[in-house]
Structures are given as C-alpha cells and as structure tokens.
Design a protein around this ligand. Structure first.
Ligand code: ADP
Ligand code: GN1
Ligand code: MG
Length: 376
C-alpha cells in the first residue's frame, strides 16, 4: 500500500520539523497518534528538568486534501483566538477547552519545510480521550451538547473572515457529479467489482439535491459550522465524562446546521465501527439518535429555525449518503484521499455507510417523530 512509503518519508523529516518549534525539555519519543483519516498526527513527549513529561501534538497537514494550507491555518488561528476569549469570559479553562497552536520559531503558526509540507503543533489536551465508537451513552450526549454549543458560540464569528478550505466540501450534488466521473474514468478498473454499490448511489441520487435545492430557494441559513463532527473529533474529560474540546478545525467554514448534526449521527449512532466488515452488525441506533438530538438542540440553545430542526433526520441521511459516496469515489480513484490501512478499506467503509442509509430509510418515521418531540 502507498501508505508505507509515506511513513518512511515522514520519519526522515519529522526531526527537522520538531526543531522548528519552541518545545520545552528533551524529546523522549515521537509516535504516530490517533485515528484521523487525513493528516499525519504524532504525539511528542518531552522530559522536563523537574522529571515530569510534557506532551505536544505535531501534525503534517495533508496537501492533497488541503490545497491552500496557509488559509487552513489562518482559519484555525482566527477561530481558536476567538474561542479562547469566549472561554475566558465564561470562566472556563482555555488551555483545555480549545485547541492551542504552538508558534514556530519564526513566529508563524506553522513550519513550511523544503518539500512544501506544512507542519503545525498543538498543546496536548491532558486527561481527555477521543473515542472511535460510543462506549458510554452519556459521552455521546455530552458530545452533542458540545457540538451544538460550538455552533452557537461561533454564531458571532465573522463568516466572511473564513476561507473555504475545501471547495464544495458538503455540496452533495457536486460530490455526486465527481462520483459519476470517477465511475466513467474507472482509472483502477474497479467499477465492475462494485456494481451494487454504484447502483445504490444512482438509485438514491435525489438525496444529493435536497439541501442544495432548499439553499437555492433561500430557505436555509448559512452558519459557521464545524463540518466534520465525528465522535473522534471531540475530546471527553476522563474524570467527568464531559466533552471539553472540539478539535480538528480544518473544515470550520460556513455550512448547514443539519450537516453537523448528521455527520455525528452517521458515525456515532452506528452500532458498529465505520469500517466494520460484518454488515449485520451495522444499524442506526434510535436510542443514540434520540440522545444526540436532545443534546444537540440543547447546545444550539434555540438558535435553529423550525425548518432546520425538522430537517435534522435528513441531515443524517445526507451526510451518510455523501460520506459513503466519497469513500466509494476514493476506492474507484485508487485510494488517494482517505488514509487506508488494509486492502478494500474504503470499500468496507462505503458499505457500512450505505447499510446505514438503508436502515435510516426503514426507521424514517421514528426519526422524524423523535425530532418532533425533541424540538417541541
Ligand atoms: P485528522 O484530520 O487526520 O482527523 P485530527 O486533527 O482529528 O486529524 O487529529 C487526529 C487525532 O489526534 C484526534 O482524533 C485525536 O485523537 C488526536 N489529537 C489531535 N489534536 C489533539 C490534541 N490537541 N490533544 C490530544 N489529542 C489530539
Ligand atoms: C475525514 O479528518 P477526519 O478523519 O476527522 C474527513 C471527513 C469524513 C471522515 C470520515 C477533511 O475526517 O469529511 O466524514 O473522514 N475529513 C476531510 O470518517 O475530508
Ligand atoms: Mg479528525
């Protein structure tokens, strides 16, 4: 797999990058960290003169995904500075409740190496964990409150100051066009082996147009949204179980409230992992859906319109369909976007998403009913 070559390459460059930041203490080790699909993330551990150990996060920004990393960094710097101020005003702990960029030696918030790779560092958030699946229901509820609150906090952030870091990120109709092109091009000769999955996308293509049509009709407000609200993009306090910090701010951009809700459901309300091979284990839990809806609406604190609230189930379906289609597109294009760790990884991921879409369709009236009750 292509990933192995990337790992070797990165190890030869990481020390140079570390040397470009002001880190306290002596480096003990550097380890690949977390389960993100996009950036190369490392945990750095430093020993301090008093014998304690200090951790930092170092990331190499994915240049295939982010065509303009400086704009990504400007967004993150703007948003984290804004959040830090709000957290202080509200009496919170700004070192744990928002990401904190560590400046590089030249004062910038990133280091650009000779190969054109961008590196950045964040203070490690101690005593908190990111989960790949819901282990305690309370965690999911707390993550919902935090993602809703994140959107609410950023309501005052000037949307015009944000760069669009990935063009048309949640433009599902344009994702559908890209998918059709990938099927036509079939650069890896994989299309013939995934006829059922391709048929699923085609038979459900109306899902790709729902939000775009409503936006064109001027019915949906654009808000500053996170756009990648999966459970492992939030840190939960190990002691209290509360969601303390929303992370992975690369895609904070103007977007739709329903998409932030829906992406969390797609990932967290599933009864199985995103890459589960045994599809009989995959379904959308209505208990978790209800819990998340309650927490998200609480976090949004009445800021959503009635139409937005009523479209929350559709947000779940749109995000799940879109994500499955993106995994399938990447599989057809040769796995160049999402990191993969085994053969057919993107195909396995795509299949869980389509299983979830089908399950949501069966449970549609239950989902609508839950939202009606939670929103009233
Ligand atoms: P990706 O875009 O690849 O998903 P993330 O920014 O989400 O990258 O980081 C990957 C993982 O690294 C997270 O899921 C989390 O486990 C861990 N992580 C990132 N930032 C921090 C931080 N400041 N403190 C502790 N862990 C972090
Ligand atoms: C990626 O970066 P990460 O792993 O948190 C992706 C999301 C997908 C998700 C699927 C920038 O999220 O859009 O929904 O994988 N992020 C980007 O798990 O494309
Ligand atoms: Mg992430």
């Amino acid at each position: 797999m292509g990933n192995t070559a990337v790992e070797k390459d990165i190890y030869s460059k990481i020390d140079e990058a570390i040397g470009q930041f002001h880190f306290e203490g002596k480096l003990i080790d550097k380890t690949p960290y977390g389960s993100g699909h996009i950036n190369d993330t490392f945990l750095l551990r430093f020993s301090l003169p008093d014998g304690s150990v200090k951790k930092q996060i170092l990331q190499r920004v994915n240049r295939i995904v982010f065509k303009n990393p400086v704009e990504v960094m400007e967004n993150i710097q703007g948003v984290t500075t804004f959040l830090r101020k709000k957290i202080i005003e509200n009496g919170g702990d700004p070192d744990r409740e928002t990401l904190n960029l560590r400046p590089a030696k030249d004062g910038k918030c990133y280091y650009l190496d000779a190969d054109g790779d961008y590196w950045r560092s964040f203070g490690f958030i101690e005593g908190a964990t990111c989960y790949d699946q819901v282990e305690k229901e309370e965690h999911f509820y707390q993550s919902a409150v935090a993602f809703g609150n994140f959107q609410c906090l950023l309501a005052e952030y000037p949307a015009s100051a944000l760069h669009e870091t990935i063009a048309g990120f949640h433009d599902t109709a344009s994702r559908f066009e890209t998918f059709c092109q990938a099927v036509k091009d079939d650069v890896c000769g994989r299309a013939a082996g995934v006829k059922d999955e391709i048929r699923f996308v085609m038979e459900h293509q109306e899902i790709a147009h729902v939000f775009g049509d409503l936006q064109k009709a001027g019915k949906l407000p654009l808000r500053v949204t996170h756009n990648d609200t999966k459970l492992n993009n939030i840190m939960l306090d190990d002691q209290t179980g509360k969601a303390i910090c929303v992370i992975d701010l690369d895609t904070v951009m103007p977007g739709l409230a329903m998409n932030d809700f829906g992406d969390s459901i797609r990932f967290g309300a599933s009864t199985a992992a995103e890459d589960e091979k045994d599809l009989s284990k995959v379904s959308c839990s209505m208990e978790l859906f209800e819990l998340y809806a309650k927490g998200f609406l609480e976090g949004c604190a009445g800021s959503l319109t009635d139409l937005e609230v009523s479209l929350l189930p559709m947000g779940a379906k749109v995000m799940t369909y879109e994500c499955g289609m993106r995994f399938l597109t990447d599989y057809l294009q040769g796995d160049t976007y999402f990191k993969i760790h085994r053969e057919n990884h993107n195909l396995d991921r795509c299949r869980t998403q389509f299983k979830l879409v089908a399950d949501m369709e069966e449970k549609w009236y239950i989902m609508e009913d839950i939202i009606k009750k939670a929103g009233s």
